[in-house]
Each structure stands twice: as C-alpha cells, then as structure tokens.
Design a protein around this ligand. Structure first.
Ligand SMILES: *Cc1c(COP(=O)(O)O)cnc(C)c1O
Length: 414
C-alpha cells in the first residue's frame, strides 16, 4: 500500500501523523479525508469546524466533558488482566473495558462530547443516524441527559432488524425516523440526517457516530474517543509496568480503533493492528473489510477506502456484526495503512463467533460480536508472538447480540 503514496511521501506523512499534526488545515490525512460535499452543506460544516476549533480543546469544555464522562458515563473504564486467556494463548493479555461504559460501548464518549459541543454552539435540537442502533441509543441517552430533543434517522430495514434498540431510543425520549429511501440501511440514514441538518444548520446539530464523513468529523470523533487510548496507556504503565507490544481493536467506521490507537501512534515499539469484518469470505458483498479489499474513492463527503465494484458502484456489505457492516472507513485509517504504521487484517464471521465463545468461557465477559473480531485477531497475533504483551480494545458488551447468538452459536443448544 505504501506504493499508493510513494516511499518518500509516506515517510513525510507518517512523520506528521506521529507528531500529531494531522489532519491538516483542509481536514486531510495525506490524500485522504477532506470535504467532498454539495455547496449547500459547506456553511454548516465550516460553522461546525469553527466551533470545534474554539471549544474542543478549551480548558472549560474539557473540564465539563471529563466531569460528565466520570460521573455519568462511568470513566475511567477498567483495565482487566485476562489471566485465563493469557494462559491459553501463551501471552500477557490485557483488556480495555469499554463494555463497562454507560450504554455498553465506547460510543457514549463521542455522543456525550458532541452533545456538549452542540449545546455550546447554541443548537436547539440534535439529529443522529444509526445503523445497528447503538449510536442512536448513546445519542438519545446523551440528549436526555442534557435536556435536548433528539431525532434519530435509521434505515427502515434496520428498524426491523434492531427492534429492541428502537424501543430503547424511544424510552430515552428520542424520535426515531425510519428511512425508506436508498438502501434503507445506514448509508441512507446518514444521507437523511445530513439533509435535515442542511435545512437548519444553526438550530440543529448533526451528531455523527464514527470517525467518518466530511471534515471536521473524523478529527472531532478521534479527539473525543482518544480518552480510551490515553487511559489505556497510563493504566498499562501503572499496572503492567510497560507499554504493550501490540494494541488490537476492531474496525467498522474506525472510531474505537482510532481512539485506542492514537495515543500509541508515536510509540514506535507498539504494533497497532486493526481487525475488519471478513464476513463469509473475500467475495464482493460477502464482507465489510474495506481496507483489505477496498479501493480509494469518495463516500459520504470523504475521500477514503471504499468497497466498490469495477464501475465505482458502492457495494452492499455483509458481516455477522451489524456495527461493522459499512462500506467505508475513516480516512485516518486509510492513511495509517498507506504509511504502514497500522496493520489491518480481518476475522471471518466464524472466527469472531469462536473467539466470542472463548472470551465468555475464559474471562466471564460476553463481548459484542464487533469486539469479538479483535479477540480473533489477538489470538492469531499471540500464536505468532509467544510471550508477547497484548492490549485488546474491548469496545462493547454483547447483550444486544443475543438474537444473533441464538441463531448461531446457540443454535440447537438451548
Ligand atoms: C459501533 C461499534 C463498533 C464499530 O464502530 P467503530 O466506529 O469502528 O468503533 C465496534 N464495537 C462496538 C461494540 C460497537 O457498538
């Protein structure tokens, strides 16, 4: 992949990334990222970018954000030494427990942060998109906490597949709009949320759920989720007395992974490994492994890696985990792959489910199926690196996945 950039350009960009100087002022991570949107959206994005620059790193905003994370969302989350997995794998395994954060995953970090920002920017209502419903639930909870009305756009197909999360959002006070246009899943929901935002960019705030989309979202979401990596790095130094040899996270849009990786990027001794959804296999439409099988292109306002056919048509994706089922990926991951700083691999549906079962038995933790992809990747790394020290981003809990698990792992066993 370094070939895409040329060795010299890859080295220059890696240097900027290690110094924390990306994205640049145009919102670019080297060739990736940027803002490829219709003219109508530009003023809203510029206004948001100005707001991020003014507030995000201001001490009073950071103090407010940290206080909410601590007293309401349950941070810092635990770092758990996985003693039985360590024995089984012949490695030293540590887990960063985002499953213990409020609403059950890392998504709450981003939702709280952006909701607080929306309030500072004077927004009167919030719109969000959701695929599996996890980001919708986190957004609904954060909005209820701040007393702001919340509208969640969700593909009509997803509202049926994820009915329990629709109920959770409604209980938390959100209005859920089923989107019947386009592919009737996440991509259509994002388009609909953008449309709503454009019609009232001052009164409405669009709370985007992963490190994707046009500038400034990939940067904003990374900054809010980096709390995961900052805590982990400090906890590893305190508890393990050393940095990990490898840090491993699952990659859908890429927000939990970039949040975990970013504070380790300059630690060159630490291998960073992202695990994508390998689904049923390598065929187009059989997986969601965007970085592994995709090619560069523009999707939803951003130049990044995309799963597309030879005519540039964006492909439907498949994964057993709804949260990894997206045909794009955050632009910073595209750069991190092109520079060689992060290695991206994949785990199939079957490997992920097998790793999920092992984590349940060995550690007494039911991870989300998304998260289980990271466990499958970590197990592979441990076999190739005996005695190595591994940190796994345990992005969320798996209770939400019971309907899928009943049809797969538990089939015929109840
Ligand atoms: C949504 C979700 C993911 C995938 O989203 P990213 O933006 O790639 O982090 C991973 N794990 C869990 C538990 C999720 O809910």
């Amino acid at each position: 992949m370094a070939g895409v950039l040329g060795a010299e350009e890859a080295g220059r960009l890696l240097d900027l990334e290690l110094r924390g100087e990306l994205p640049d002022e145009r919102g670019r991570f080297g060739p990736f990222g940027g803002r490829y949107v219709p003219e109508t959206l530009v003023p809203a994005l510029e206004r948001l970018e100005a707001g991020v620059r003014e507030h995000l790193h201001a001490p009073d905003f950071q103090a407010e954000f940290s206080a909410e994370l601590e007293s309401w969302a349950g941070r810092p989350t635990a770092l758990t030494r996985a003693t039985r997995l360590s024995q089984r794998w012949g490695a030293e395994v540590w887990l960063k427990r985002e499953d213990l954060a409020h609403t059950g995953a890392h998504k709450i970090n981003n939702a709280v942060g952006q909701a607080l920002l929306a309030r500072r920017l004077g927004a009167r209502r919030i719109v969000a998109e959701t695929g599996a419903g996890q980001h919708g639930v986190a957004s609904a909870a954060a909005c209820a906490r701040l007393g702001m009305p919340c509208v969640v756009y969700m593909g009509a197909i997803d509202t049926e597949r994820q009915a329990p999360n629709v109920g959770r959002m409604k209980l938390l006070g959100a209005e859920v709009v089923a989107v019947t246009s386009g592919d009737q899943t996440l991509r259509a929901a994002i388009d609909e949320a953008l449309r709503d935002w454009v019609s009232d960019p001052e009164g409405t705030y669009y709370l985007l759920g992963s490190a994707v989309g046009p500038h400034p979202y990939p940067w904003l979401v990374r900054e809010l989720q980096s709390v995961i990596g900052r805590e982990s790095r400090q906890q590893m130094l305190e508890r393990a007395g050393a940095l990990p040899d490898a840090v491993i996270a699952c990659v859908g849009g890429g927000s939990n992974a970039i949040g975990l990786f970013h504070p380790f990027v300059a630690d060159r001794s630490v291998a960073l490994i992202g695990i994508e959804a390998g689904g049923r296999g390598p065929g187009l439409g059989d997986n969601s492994a965007t970085l592994t099988y995709g090619r560069p292109g523009v999707l939803q306002g951003c130049y990044t890696m995309i799963l597309q056919d030879d005519n540039g048509q964006v492909q439907e994706t498949h994964s057993v985990s709804a949260g990894l089922d997206y045909s794009g990926v955050g632009p910073e991951h595209a750069l991190l792959m092109a520079t060689g700083r992060v290695r991206y691999e994949q785990a199939t549906d079957e490997e992920a489910l097998d790793a999920l079962a092992e984590c349940c038995h060995a550690e007494g933790i039911l991870p989300a199926i998304e998260t289980a992809h990271a466990f499958a990747g970590a197990r592979r790394w441990a076999r190739a690196n005996p005695g190595g020290r591994i940190l796994i981003g345990l992005s969320g809990r798996g209770d939400k996945d019971m309907p899928t698990l009943q049809k797969t792992l538990l089939k015929g066993k109840l």
